[in-house]
Ligand binder design. Structure first.
Ligand code: EPZ
Length: 420
């Protein structure tokens, strides 16, 4: 079992280049199965969720060729199986995108119940609602989901709550359906727009992605021989913005879309840090004093992202005064506060609310990543803490961050990955 050993405390300084977005890549790869042809995908983050999806896609009969660490070609002309290996699909959340893609192309699919970060119940009723509205029969049982249909017919679907996964899954299932599908109360995250752009690159007709009403006019066939580059990762960029603020450092964060980061910039400026856009694809973030307290309420895009909640928790732990976080998306996303309290933070978490009493310092300690973003938060905490921090359960972090310790080392962190 590996661990990260970090010796703090260090202000992070220098430049960091952001990778392709995990939550776009894990939807675009299944979406490529909709094409009876070949496509090239660039700027893929080299993370375990992407590698696992590629393994599943090859088991289904498609051919994948890695042309670089971050680029592949997928040839899905010989797609021959629609039953994804249950022992693989249960390892992460995004396996459920295989349902929308294979239902859309083959009218049949069976996948294991998705896994992913333990953030609460994580039901999939809105996905099922969409598939059934399009005409599919969906059975859930014995740890797997099976969906069948003779044909898919476009219709109007009102989402009972804003759901990133369900919005994307319904898009995937409807691009080859007969007629028009309207998704009302759709999610608007940057990765939704990226998946829609990918689908349109292959000849789909998806309009309105990025707004709360998405219209999909079904087409009879999608064309291959296309190339696509995954959007930069909003959450990774936000992670490094908050690392710069927490460590009282000075970072240039490159290959990002600053429009996607407006909420984070606004919040850190409110707290006394600085953020300045550079040419639309980089942002300069620096902080030279203790930040003031803040109240955070996570919400769907363009609000403050839940996937940056734990990283912001580190900033609040060492800010002036008492701060509050309301986690409105997930029932259980404060497990990381127990780990920060081991490092000297003073956090009280109850249900969907956590109260942070700012302290002067954090101190190194052995801590455990409880989910992907909590793991990133612990790295930031280790950089800001006096002494040595050891972080375990790195498999969570490796699911979503490419070369994380290299990136932190290149901006001044004293960080090593050590095999136990
Ligand atoms: C995606 O999860 C992301 N994962 C999550 O990021 C992210 O936290 C979340 O969106 C919100 O932005 C991927 O994209 C792979 P939802 P998803 O459907 O699609 C409820 C990370 O760290 N809901 O938008 O599973 C649900 O319980 C990960 O990168 C239903 O009730 O999230 C939650 O309360 C962690 N029924 C809310 O909606 C459904 O059918 C939002 O969930 C679907 C969702």
């Amino acid at each position: 079992m590996d661990k990260l050993v970090i010796k703090g405390k260090t202000p992070l300084k220098g430049e960091v280049k952001i990778s392709g977005a995990k939550n776009a890549a894990v939807a675009i790869l299944p979406a490529a199965l909709l094409i009876d042809g070949i496509c090239t995908i660039d700027n893929l983050p080299n993370i375990s969720d992407v590698k696992l999806l590629c393994e599943i896609i090859e088991e289904l009969g498609a051919k994948i060729t890695w042309t670089s660490n971050n680029s592949i070609t997928i040839d899905s002309r010989n797609l021959c199986c629609t039953n994804a290996p249950l022992e693989l699909t249960r390892k992460f959340r995004a396996s459920y995108y295989l349902i929308g893609a294979l239902l859309g192309r083959c009218h049949h699919v069976q996948v294991g119940m998705p896994g992913g970060c333990k953030l609460g119940a994580r039901p999939i009723d809105q996905h099922i609602k969409g598939f059934e509205a399009l005409g599919a029969t969906v059975d859930v049982g014995q740890g797997k989901i099976t969906a069948n249909t003779d044909k898919l017919v476009g219709t109007s679907i009102y989402m009972d709550m804003v759901s990133v996964g369900a919005t994307i899954n319904i898009m995937l299932a409807s691009v080859l359906a007969e007629g028009t599908t309207i998704i009302d109360n759709a999610a608007k995250e940057p990765h939704i727009v990226d998946v829609a752009n990918f689908l349109n690159t292959m000849g789909a007709d998806v309009r309105g992605a990025g707004t709360d009403v998405i219209k999909i006019n079904g087409v009879s066939k999608l064309s291959g021989n296309i190339s696509y580059s995954v959007v930069p990762d909003q959450i990774e960029a936000g992670t490094f913005m908050l690392a710069a603020v927490a460590s009282r450092g000075d970072l240039i964060i490159k290959n990002c879309i600053t429009k996607h980061l407006e909420c984070i910039s606004a919040k850190i400026i409110e707290m006394g840090a600085h953020a300045e856009e550079i040419d639309g694809d980089a942002i300069h973030v620096w902080c030279d004093s203790k930040t003031s307290k803040a109240n955070i309420k996570t919400s769907p895009y363009p609000g403050f992202p839940t996937d940056l909640q734990s990283q912001m928790g580190v900033v609040l732990s060492i800010s002036d005064g008492t701060s509050i976080i309301n986690e409105s998306i997930w029932e259980s996303r404060f497990q990381y506060t127990d780990e920060l309290n081991k490092m000297g933070a003073k956090i009280t978490a109850q249900g969907k609310t956590a109260i942070f009493e700012g302290v002067d310092n954090l101190y190194g300690a052995p801590v455990y990543a409880t989910d992907l973003r909590a793991g990133a938060a612990l790295i930031i905490a280790g950089v800001c803490a006096e002494g040595t921090t050891e972080i375990y359960n790195l498999e969570h972090i490796d699911r979503g961050y490419e070369n994380i310790e290299e990136k932190f080392k290149n901006i001044g962190a004293n960080i090593e990955r050590v095999s136990e």
